[in-house]
Design a protein around this ligand. Structure first.
Ligand code: DON
Length: 306
């Protein structure tokens, strides 16, 4: 990256901040509607160890679907290629909570980043780990170097009380034979996983193993193989933004993942990881300003994988 990367990010931040935000807060999880909609932060972690953040980058937000990359990483770490008999690796071209293609594909979700795919990953982790809820939390604590990181009961309870679509998805997949455990147990773990709260700096640091060939940046520990990291990055590029994945690749040109809490993480292998947070979402469920900020950064820095 251009050596004046701090300037590029600062300029992009100042450029995007005053733009009229056409997005809306996610309200289908009631707790997410309590967030200040004007929050805006960004943090970059370079693999040479340099860091830079601006705005509300040290304030925690609900990472939601961003956690799906971490649960996939844990499943890949323990089970390797075996998981791909249960989930496909194709973009869905549908909304993140769509039931549509499950019927067509006999209960095999199109990819691990739509809700149905992430629910199947939770089922796989429950089957193969002693205590999936605790082991996933330990995994993220290790990646983030935050020993006291925890699930948010407020957010998980809020989603548990209203997550009828996810209940429908899980039961539908169960009826098609691709959920092996009790759907209620699978959903509890899924809602907890989505409830993690982190700030931009922590998200950016936690994801840096994917920009670093599968090794943690802070201590060099191998998390997954470089080939597994390549595949997860490929999935983020093709499926990280639901039916807006093509647009993100087109405009930003990096693998990334969004969440309905308004966070987006993106990375350039062997270079950097960047996390941005702005809670108002566009009509596809992706942060309106987050998308604009990342597009501005990669356009001005000329750092994209293409
Ligand atoms: O299951 C849900 O609907 C949320 N817990 C996660 C959705 C999400 O973040 C999708 N993101 N764009």
């Amino acid at each position: 990256m251009n050596s004046d990367y701090t300037q590029i990010i600062e300029n992009a931040y100042k450029f995007v901040k005053p733009i009229k935000d056409h997005g809306k807060l996610a309200t289908y999880i009631p707790e997410l509607a309590n967030v200040n909609p004007d929050k805006f932060g960004v943090h970059i972690t370079k693999i040479d160890g340099n860091n830079f953040g601006i705005g509300d980058h040290l304030e925690k937000f609900s990472i939601q679907s961003i956690a799906k990359v971490l649960s996939l990483s844990l499943a890949v770490k323990f089970l390797g290629e075996r998981i791909w008999t249960r989930i496909d690796v194709e973009p869905s071209g549908t909304k993140f909570d769509s039931l549509l293609l499950l019927e067509t594909y006999k209960g095999i979700p199109r990819n691990p980043f739509i809700n149905s795919g992430a629910i199947v990953i939770c089922d796989i982790l429950i089957t193969h780990l002693e205590n999936a809820r605790e082991e996933f939390l330990e995994f993220v604590r290790d990646l983030s170097d935050i020993p006291d990181l925890n699930y948010s009961d407020d957010i998980a309870d809020s989603e548990k009380a209203t997550g009828y679509r996810n209940v429908a998805l899980c039961n539908f997949i169960k009826s098609l034979g691709n959920i092996k455990n009790d759907p209620a147990e699978v959903l509890d773990f899924y809602f907890d996983m989505c409830s993690l709260e982190m700030n931009c700096e922590q998200v950016s640091r936690s994801f840096s193993f994917l920009a670093n060939g599968g090794r943690k940046l802070s201590d060099g520990k191998r998390i997954i193989t470089s080939s597994q990291a390549k595949r997860i990055n490929a999935l983020m590029l093709t499926c990280g933004f639901y039916d807006e994945s093509g647009e993100f690749a087109f405009k930003v040109g990096l693998p990334g993942k969004s969440g309905v809490g308004g966070g987006i993480v993106a990375l350039y292998p062997n270079n950097f990881t960047i996390a941005v947070w702005s809670p108002k979402l566009n009509s596809n469920g992706n942060s309106f300003k987050g998308m604009k900020l990342l597009e501005t950064v990669t356009t001005h820095s000329e750092m994209s994988i293409f």
